[in-house]
Ligand binder design. Sequence first.
Ligand SMILES: [Cu+2]
Length: 160
Amino acid sequence: MKRKFPGQALTQILHPQLSSLVSLLVYVLFVEDFISQMAQRRASATVAAVLLFCLLLHRENVWAATFTVGDGRGWTFNVEGWPRGKTFKSGDVLVFNYNRALHNVVVVDRRGYDDCKAPAGAKTFQSGSDKIKLVKGPNYFICTFPGHCQSKMKIAVYAL
Ligand SMILES: [Cu+2]
């Protein structure tokens, strides 16, 4: 689980590892600049307003965590119990790692989850390394390869 800093939005197009580093750098520069402004007693209402705006803009990202589904085993059979005991928030990212020739990730509703049947037009991910952002409330994911969901290749995650 990895916490991210403001500036992530600017760097999302970069490589994830580089992204975290750049985010940290942007954050440090940002804080340093602010402290410097304060020290020189030149922090105007405008600066404060911009700072507040930036914080609000990044509010969701500041606390966003990244979870690797199934941890070391990845997205596979019997992964159903993986979310148990974990706390998820909207904006957190689930990383699904799997062999794309053998599995996929389909976003479903409660019924699709219970019945192991994706509704028409359900969003399907199949890159083998999918990063999916959680929405507030229940989030359901299944693998739609025949029999896989029935073999507990499904997760239900509730995001606060
Ligand atoms: Cu599968």
